[in-house]
Design a protein around this ligand. Structure first.
Ligand SMILES: [Fe+2]
Length: 249
């Protein structure tokens, strides 16, 4: 099902958690980490840079203003989805680029260099039925491989803290839909603040991308910060073949 001869360069920056509060240290740290990832991403001449949710800490207008102001300095194509710290309705209100919601959800697809890329909204902690039906029917129309970006992993990942506290609520239902999409092999997510690759056992791999904000310990049942070194993911399809690397900064 691989696309022969198709090339694509993507970047994924996730869990930025831009914060505007009275605590200047936290605010500054979030800005610095985001600046670093953006600067590094600029070196790669990406076809698309995806900000995959938790753009802000509180979904405040000031935090979105800061996000969009900082992204102005990035001059290649980019797009975003919402995470559980965002709200699709706030994004619709505060984004300077159009955000069209359908029954409260922000989801869409893009075609790039022959690839169809789907973007789903899990900001409510679930992926809604309307999105699952849309994804399945739209993916079926495609002859080649399709890609998926969604904030939450659609499965448990062996991350003791996140799996037990903050997993996608309807991961089983989402997984059943994904099982019916044979031309989907790669699912790119954030939310877990960890770099992992998890096989769903059906030819699909879930790529978890580390956060811009902080990395969490997957082997601890409690909240335990491993580091505050920001990371992001570079994704390349060369002749239809995927290679990907994590960049820590
Ligand atoms: Fe999250």
């Amino acid at each position: 099902m691989e696309l022969e001869g198709q090339n694509l360069r993507l970047g994924q920056i996730t869990d930025i958690h831009l914060i505007v509060t009275n605590d200047e240290e936290d605010s500054l740290q979030s800005v610095k980490s985001f600046e670093k990832t953006l600067e590094d991403a600029k070196k790669f001449n990406l076809d698309l840079l995806v900000f995959s949710g938790d753009l802000t800490e509180h979904s405040y207008k000031e935090e979105y203003d800061l996000f969009f102001e900082m992204v102005k300095g990035y001059d290649r194509p980019w797009c975003f989805i919402a995470g559980n710290h965002d709200s699709a309705r706030d994004l619709e209100k505060f984004s300077p680029v159009p955000v069209m919601l359908k029954a409260g959800d922000y989801f869409y697809k893009k075609t790039l260099n022959g690839f169809t890329i789907f973007f789903l909204d899990s900001s409510a902690g679930v992926v809604s039925k309307q999105q699952l039906e849309w994804l399945e029917s739209e993916a079926k129309k495609e002859k080649g491989e399709v890609l998926l970006f969604v904030h939450h992993p659609p499965c448990h990942c062996g991350h003791l803290f996140m799996d037990s506290r903050y997993a996608l609520k309807n991961w089983k239902e989402v997984g059943e839909t994904l099982d019916r999409i044979p031309n989907l092999h790669s699912i790119f997510v954030g939310h877990y603040h960890s770099a992992m690759e998890v096989s769903r056992g059906n030819g699909q791999t879930v790529y978890l991308t580390p956060a811009t904000q902080m990395q969490l310990d997957p082997d601890s049942v409690d909240f335990h910060i491993l580091s505050k070194v920001p990371g992001w993911r570079y994704i390349e399809y060369n002749g239809g073949k995927l290679s990907t690397q994590i960049r820590y900064l």
